[in-house]
Design a protein around this ligand. Structure first.
Ligand SMILES: *Cc1c(COP(=O)(O)O)cnc(C)c1O
Length: 398
């Protein structure tokens, strides 16, 4: 392997899936959410592994993601959670993807295309109960029911909603969402729309509300070895399948007081060694979602964390390890190169550093190596050469 790569342990994914099965309400099935390239791990490899374990339902955000799974031998249900564009519909239907309907306009477009192709479109209705994103509101249900009665090329297989605050200690909002969902399902049933499947739970909902597992639980976070919140510690055994690694590509000894990086925000405090690694924010390193404090305690935590960082302490996420030692980022993380202060410990050019890389933001360009039973099963690489123009691409103004 060259400069930087990601090791993915498929046995860990398997074991996480089994842990989820162990808590599953009888009668419910797992719909494995493998959107965003299975949160960075690799959608095809993760889905294949889970299919091998008996998993027969998957969910992604886009039609393209769904088709990729089909092309690579994933059978069973593949549900597209996001709204599909009209021009993606023919391929989606050919690939027998289940589509989400969340507006009347989408319903009409799909009915048109399915009728032209003379195929039945299989859909799940998304009900808006408090996420504030997509879905039919309670007021739209009568019109939805009316349109569905005439939509002979649409087969409604399921209804679902998405929980906004599952995992929070205050359960009132989540319970309201569930009650709204059940009320909506009943309204649809009265109008003759009675799909065979209902699903509500994401990972946090799955853990907190076993009585809401219904026909499917849509679980992603747990399968990739994360808990959906600190409050869930000890609830099930998860194994982390992910390790981002890279090699030291430059190493030099420097005296005390050496300035490092942009704006010289870092200055060595004693004689030390500086190591350069071929990873930066373009790879997703040091890229964190914007933190919005939920209350004063949270605000205080964010403040303390940032103060600690400023004082030069490494906390949790910011810990890199080299030969078993924790090492620190020196200065600002660059676009593709980052400097580490590795002290005077024995280390050499080419030594491997383990980096805390946020999975869903990890650049797909980083090669993945898939491990099972202590050996590499497969690898996934993208072509180097950042820009591959197709021959049809117009090269001059016409
Ligand atoms: C991402 C997503 C899930 C899975 O959520 P996790 O918390 O990762 O388990 C379930 N349902 C929908 C609609 C999603 O977008």
């Amino acid at each position: 392997m060259n400069g930087a790569w990601i090791d993915v342990d498929l046995d860990a994914v398997r074991s996480n899936y089994r842990s989820v099965l162990g808590l599953l309400h009888p009668g419910a099935r797992v719909m494995a959410v493998v959107k965003a390239d299975a949160y960075g791990l690799g959608a095809v490899e993760v889905a294949r592994t889970l299919q091998g374990e008996g998993c027969s339902a998957f969910a992604v955000t886009t039609v393209v993601e769904g088709l990729l799974l089909r092309e690579h031998g994933i059978k069973g249900v593949i549900l597209v959670l996001g709204p599909a564009d009209r021009n993606e519909l023919p391929q989606a239907l050919t690939g027998r993807l289940h589509l989400t309907l969340s507006s009347i306009a989408q319903l009409e477009a799909l009915q048109d295309v399915a009728e032209q192709m003379e195929v039945k479109a299989e859909v799940h209705l998304k009900l808006e109960t408090g996420m504030g994103r997509t879905g039919f509101s309670p007021e739209e249900l009568p019109e939805l029911a009316r349109c569905l009665q005439d939509a002979h090329f649409i087969k409604v297989e399921g209804t679902y909603t998405h929980l906004a605050r599952a995992g929070q200690r205050d359960q009132a909002y989540t319970k309201n969402q569930y009650d709204q969902f059940i009320a909506d399902v009943n309204v649809l049933a009265k109008a003759g729309i009675e799909p065979r499947w209902q699903h509500v739970c994401n990972s946090a909902g799955f853990l907190d509300y076993p009585e809401w597992h219904l026909d499917f639980v849509r679980v992603g976070t747990l399968l990739i070895g994360h808990l959906p919140g600190l409050g869930f510690r000890g609830r099930l055994t998860l194994t982390d399948p992910w390790a981002a690694r890279c090699r030291i590509i430059s190493l030099r000894k420097v005296p005390q007081g050496t300035h490092v990086g942009y704006q010289s925000v870092y200055r060595t405090r004693r004689e030390t060694q500086l190591a350069v690694i071929p990873l930066g924010y373009a790879d997703g390193f040091g890229v964190e979602p914007r933190l919005i404090p939920q209350g004063l305690v949270d605000l205080l935590k964010i403040f303390i964390k940032n103060t600690a960082l400023w004082l030069g302490f490494s906390l949790g996420q910011d810990k890199l390890t080299l030969n078993g030692y924790v090492v620190r980022v020196a200065g600002k993380i660059g676009m593709q190169l980052t400097v580490l202060d590795v002290g005077l410990q024995a280390c050499r050019l080419g030594d491997v550093v383990e980096v805390p890389l946020r999975r869903a933001s990890a650049n797909p360009r980083l090669p993945r190596r898939y491990w099972s039973e202590g050996r590499i099963l497969s690898e996934r690489c993208m072509k180097e050469g950042f820009l591959l123009l197709s021959p049809e691409y117009p090269t001059s103004a016409e």
